[in-house]
Ligand binder design. Structure first.
Ligand code: ADP
Ligand code: MG
Length: 682
């Protein structure tokens, strides 16, 4: 008997060279191998009479060899072996390319099982390079369901299959982590059976069942992990903040807060007084006023003698927050400091010294804020803005800074509930479902290229009225092939040919931080009329005087992303517009974009987006903070995801404290998963 942790070199036929190929698939141990699941199956169980074979549909049939195979040497490197086979229903000519094996193994008068697809031409059907086995042999490549594995250069499916089968014969598959009661309730196969069946299914149904178990298990481990994290946090104790007088803060605001903002602030203040570290998500559509909620939290922390670290995903946003919070807090005697990666070492050192001395109460910055070089005198609150780039792993690491600071994350990405549980399963949620009064929805249009003169005229009209415009392009450099408008080229064209008299600035992610900052700042100050940008402006930037956004090649963006972009206008008192342009004539694409013209409800748009494009696109692959699931597919396996989430809650209730072997095994699995994540997140 071997152990799961043993190296695969233990297996017959796997030497150092083979091992290297397997390593390319991240397979080092027997466990890795057993957890290398097929990506699909070929059903080779059914035998089809020759007469019933269909062109291009691979199938198995039983046939007798009707002549001695003849091999012809066509030219150097090309030998053709031809043979005719027959059953009671018909005859079929087979051709093998360069196959001495076929030439030697197929014998006149004997019967074999073949697997392949017939192709038709004017002479009739024939088959090229079928696989075959003698009728009496145990089926390895025929008469079975053949798993098809993800492969890498040099490694064949057969080699993986052989290795997996050996491994399964040598050791027990990974241990059970699901209590029997849960397995029964959710109709889940036991681990032992599932691990064997996923590689060696007796039927396609069994293969489906096995895969379902693996998907369930994967989601279950993840959800249970989040639930455990949440439970562990709930056990922690921190000194409760005293009752804070918020009146001076409210008096300093230029407007009164919305009901939703007040509710969220109330929830935060209650968390502060509860004596447990807060872990809360503020979810609110663009423009719902999340920043003020964050400011209220920072104010309460400062009045209680604690510092706040507010992290933004981009420098531009960090600067904007620092500026607006500075204006708000200055008169209240609370000092705000900015710390970003592009500051000079000396500037950074100064800010860090003041943070360590406790002279600054609110630090605003990018991820630089959380590096070890930054020390706080008394960090009490960490706020992450636009949190979709700030995943569970980063959150779990926060506890290390200060003494279990309160954590507040803010997201403008409305996320359907099931996915929200995956992303934020460890968080309490406050929802800002109300926009500040007087906001008119941004009027949105979808137009084709023929509208170009009218678009340009509209831009000019807005500018003449004293407003500003965003023009968003999908890429930085011109990409001829795709005909996608690149920001820099388009800015130049507009300046030269259409708007020589307007002040145009350019903003894209490849500019240096200082340049970006200067461009954004000048636009925000009203020193430019038009900003041509890539999606770097997507997140959070606030220019209330901007009333028009033109999105070029809008079909290149996801709906949620477009919704976020659109949120950059309509932030002031004036009526705002969003024009989506596209060359695309695909009815589905146009319909998708039209959905955006009809509604400004971020949640509905998100649901639509999820339905249409799946969650990968929805979150933006690398930003999500979600681990890549190995088996589960967030769009196709949504029901299993829901079941697994439900089951994980039941598990915490009934087995959270249990020391049964499955419970211990699950805890180990969760630990390993979170460790793996830490690795991928850094
Ligand atoms: P987001 O939720 O997208 O981060 P912001 O916090 O940036 O939204 O707020 C958007 C704009 O609305 C800002 O200009 C902000 O000053 C303003 N704002 C926030 N709350 C209110 C309110 N209660 N009444 C009026 N304006 C508000
Ligand atoms: Mg914001």
């Amino acid at each position: 008997m071997a152990r799961l942790s043993d190296p695969i070199t233990l297996l017959k036929g796997i030497g150092p060279a083979r091992a290297k190929q397997f390593a390319n698939l991240n397979i080092v141990t027997l466990e890795d191998l057993i957890c290398h699941f097929p990506r699909g199956y070929e059903d080779r169980t059914r035998l089809v009479p020759i007469e019933k074979l269909q062109a291009d549909v691979p199938a198995c049939f039983r046939g007798m060899v009707m002549n001695t195979p003849r091999t012809a040497h066509i030219r150097k490197g090309l030998d053709l072996t031809k043979v005719t086979v027959a059953d009671a229903t018909g005859r079929l000519n087979l051709t093998f390319f360069n196959s001495p094996y076929a030439a030697q193994q197929l014998h006149y008068g004997e019967e074999y099982i073949f697997y392949g697809a017939v192709t038709g031409d004017f002479i009739g059907y024939q088959m090229t390079n079928p696989v075959f086995e003698p009728v009496g042999s145990p089926g390895v490549t025929t008469r079975r369901i053949l798993p098809i594995y993800p492969l890498t250069a040099g490694l064949t499916n057969a080699a993986v299959l052989r290795a997996v089968n050996q491994a399964l014969a040598l050791c027990d598959p990974p241990e059970e982590i699901l209590p029997e009661a849960l397995r029964q309730r959710y109709a889940i196969l036991p681990a032992e059976q599932a691990y064997r069946a996923i590689h060696q299914p007796q039927s396609m149904e069994e293969a489906d069942q096995a895969r379902k178990r693996m998907v369930f298990e994967e989601f279950f481990v993840f959800s249970a992990g989040l639930a455990l994290m949440r439970a562990a946090r709930a056990e922690k104790r921190v000194p409760p903040y005293p009752q804070v007088d918020m009146a001076p803060f409210y008096a300093a605001l230029p407007f009164s807060l919305t009901g939703a903002q007040n509710r969220a602030i109330g929830e935060i203040l209650a968390d502060f007084r509860a004596g447990r570290p807060m872990n809360r998500l503020i979810q609110g559509d663009v423009g719902s006023g999340k920043t003020m909620v964050a400011a209220a939290a920072a104010y309460a922390a400062a009045c209680s003698g604690f510092q706040t670290a507010l992290m933004a995903p981009t420098e531009i946003l960090a600067e904007q927050h620092a500026a607006s919070l500075g204006r708000l807090f200055d008169p209240l005697g609370i000092r705000v400091g900015l710390l970003t990666g592009s500051m000079t070492p000396r500037e950074k050192r100064e800010i860090r010294e003041q943070l360590e001395a406790g002279d600054i109460q609110v630090a605003v910055g990018t991820h630089a804020l959380l590096t070890d070089a930054t020390r706080f005198a008394r960090l009490g609150l960490v706020i992450a803005d636009e949190q979709h780039r700030f995943g569970v792993a980063q959150r779990s690491r926060l506890g290390a800074k200060g003494e279990d600071p309160h954590v507040l994350v803010m997201s403008a990405t409305p996320i359907p509930r099931t996915l929200a549980l995956l992303l934020y399963g460890d968080l309490e949620v406050s929802i800002l479902d109300e926009l500040p009064p007087g906001r008119e929805p941004v009027e949105t249009f979808l137009v084709g290229e023929s509208y170009r003169p009218r678009i340009n005229a509209f831009i000019r009209k807005q500018v003449s009225a004293g407003s500003q415009c965003f023009i968003v392009c999908p890429a930085v450099e011109e990409n001829q092939e795709l005909g996608v408008k690149a920001a820099s080229a388009w800015a130049e064209t507009l300046q030269k040919t259409v708007f020589p008299d307007l002040r145009i600035v350019l903003l894209h992610g490849q500019m240096k931080a200082g340049e970006k900052e200067a461009a954004m700042a000048s636009f925000a100050r009203g020193e430019a009329d038009v900003m041509v940008a890539t999606t770097v402006i997507e997140v959070g930037v606030d220019v209330p005087n901007a009333t028009l956004m033109v999105v070029e090649d809008a079909d290149r963006f996801g709906l949620s992303q477009l919704h976020q972009l659109r949120g950059r206008v309509g932030r002031g008192k004036q009526k705002s517009y969003c024009i989506l342009t596209t060359h695309n004539r695909n009815p589905d694409t146009l319909q998708r974009l039209k959905a955006l013209c009809k509604t400004t409800d971020g949640f509905r748009i998100a649901e639509e987006d999820l339905k249409l494009r799946g969650p990968g696109d929805f979150f933006g692959a690398r930003q999500s903070g979600l681990p890549a699931f190995r088996v589960g597919d967030l769009s196709g396996d949504l029901q299993t995801l829901k079941d697994a989430q439900q089951a994980s809650m039941e598990w915490i209730e009934a087995w959270g404290q249990s020391d049964a072997p499955e419970a211990a095994a699950l805890r180990r699995r969760i630990g390993a998963l979170f460790l793996r994540w830490e690795g991928t997140m850094n």
